[in-house]
Design a protein around this ligand. Structure first.
Ligand code: RIB
Length: 282
């Protein structure tokens, strides 16, 4: 079955610079020429899910500006429905993305149109899965969770405290190891903890239920790798795959996404993930 996925989340224009190493506090370093890419955790997850074959609806907001148009075009080119993205008077949110030659990164996200996302309850209530992240206001996330009838998946990034009201709505929580350690015992239900190129662990009500080892690749840019994981995982899981199989697909997609510069540029298609998994006998 082709799952219907509603992503309620952020859309950013990413201004990306590459450098031999990230600057320390108070330090100035030289970089490559800056390049603009479509990004934002919400938009990235929507693109990742669409490339994995799902029917994807983006609920978000952009400004009436060139960066917003760039982001909308990228979503549409990957097959994401953008009818639920509002054009608002605030500017499209921007992410300042520094990428070290090792692939590590640092990101600053500006305020902007992401603060004006509004949930479409009808759309959200009909989705097989609803995915949110923490680059939009908490009230919008709660509204999405309350309207969701399918799987409500929360990617708690960038990390902030999870309120009791939100915790009670979550079916699947996806965090990285740093976010996990800051959240303590964040939620019941399925909790997935990623750790870069180290083992991914899935917990159900606190017990380990599945693990997967991300395949080794020569990463060029890890920006968007976590978003690719979220998008690929939710498509597999909402299609009825086991947690274990969903983790393996998500790990493969995430690894492949790091081979190109730009959060969305390297996100693989369903066919590419299938070929990669069979080439490695996974
Ligand atoms: O997760 C990667 C994303 O984080 C980037 O695309 C940037 O926009 C920030 O939101």
């Amino acid at each position: 079955m082709t799952p219907r996925i509603a992503v309620v989340g952020s859309i950013n224009a990413d201004l990306v610079v590459q450098m031999p190493r990230l600057p320390g506090r108070g330090e100035t370093v030289s970089s490559s020429e800056p390049k603009w890419f479509p990004g934002g955790k919400g938009a990235n997850q929507a693109v990742a899910a669409a490339r994995m074959g799902a029917e994807v609806f983006m609920v978000g907001a952009v400004g009436n500006d060139a960066p917003g148009n760039m982001c909308l075009t990228a979503l549409a080119e990957s097959g994401v429905t953008t009818d639920y993205v509002a054009k608002v008077s605030a500017a499209t949110s921007t992410a300042l993305v520094m990428v070290e030659h090792s692939g590590e990164n640092q990101i600053v996200v500006t305020d902007g149109a992401n603060n004006f996302v509004e949930v479409d309850s009808d759309l959200v209530s009909q989705a097989d899965a609803v995915v949110v992240q923490f680059e939009i206001p908490e009230s919008v996330i709660i509204a999405a969770g309350k309207s969701a009838n399918g799987i409500f998946c929360v990617n708690a990034a960038p990390v902030r405290e999870i309120s009791d009201e939100l915790a009670n709505l979550i079916d699947v929580l996806i965090v990285n190891e740093h976010e996990f350690s800051q959240l303590g015992s964040p939620a019941n239900g399925l909790v997935i903890v990623t750790a870069g190129d180290k083992e991914v662990v899935a917990y159900q009500d606190g017990e380990i239920v599945a693990t997967a080892q991300p395949p080794r690749v020569d990463a060029l840019d890890t920006v968007g790798a976590g978003d690719t994981f979220v998008g690929a995982f939710i498509v597999a899981y909402a299609s009825g795959a086991s947690v274990s199989d969903s983790l393996h697909r998500a790990c493969a997609a995430s690894a492949l996404s790091t081979l190109k510069l730009g959060a969305q540029s390297g996100m693989p298609t369903e066919i590419e993930v299938n070929e990669f998994l069979s080439s490695r006998n996974i």
